[in-house]
Structure formats: structure tokens, C-alpha cells
Design a protein around this ligand. Structure first.
Ligand SMILES: [Zn+2]
Length: 101
């Protein structure tokens, strides 16, 4: 069985696979925050692959959020360049995300 990556929303690792009725398909759900695959999948392995893609999306989310903040212009944070602060923050978040995988 493939390994599931932690929840992209809460970082939770308590995940379960849910099987729908009849041919409704299956999906992965986070037992901590209730996040689940937006689509139903025919096989567990498809559901797993889709879930793990969402985990990857979290990295893009962090980067996009950093870029949006940078786009607003440089505002000093605690006396240092806000741009440097934002970039380091995003890097730390991504490093933490990768370390938790
Ligand atoms: Zn979660």
C-alpha cells in the first residue's frame, strides 16, 4: 500500500480511506480536520495518489501566499526588510512541511 502524506490543511497524519456505497467510489479523509478528497475515486490507489497530490499543493500555496505578500511591497517587520522576512518564513514553512513527510 502506498504511504499517505500528512493532511495538507492541518498536517494531521490520522487519515482513513472511506468507501462509498455501491459504485460511489472511495476517498481519503483526515480524522483531525475532516478534509477529504474533493472527488471520488474508483480504486484506493487512485484516491491515495489524488490525496498525495493535494499534499504537494500545500507547497504551492505557501509560495503563492508569499508572492502575494511580496507583491504588496516591502514593509519592514521588526526593523528588517519585510521581503526577507516573508521569504524566510515561506522557506521555513516548506522545510517544516518536507520534514513532516
Ligand atoms: Zn486535516
Amino acid at each position: 500500500m502506498e504511504e499517505l502524506k500528512p493532511c495538507p490543511f492541518c498536517g494531521g497524519e490520522n487519515l482513513k480511506i472511506e468507501d462509498g456505497y455501491a459504485d460511489c467510489g472511495c476517498w481519503v479523509e483526515c480524522c483531525t480536520c475532516g478534509a477529504n478528497n474533493p472527488f471520488r475515486h474508483g480504486t484506493h490507489s487512485e484516491a491515495f495518489a489524488a490525496w498525495n497530490t493535494r499534499a504537494k499543493d500545500k507547497e504551492s500555496e505557501i509560495l503563492l501566499s508569499a508572492l502575494e505578500q511580496i507583491g504588496k511591497g516591502d514593509v519592514p517587520v521588526n526593523g528588517v526588510s519585510g521581503l526577507k522576512f516573508i521569504a524566510n518564513n515561506a522557506l521555513d514553512e516548506i522545510k517544516a512541511l518536507k520534514a513532516s513527510k
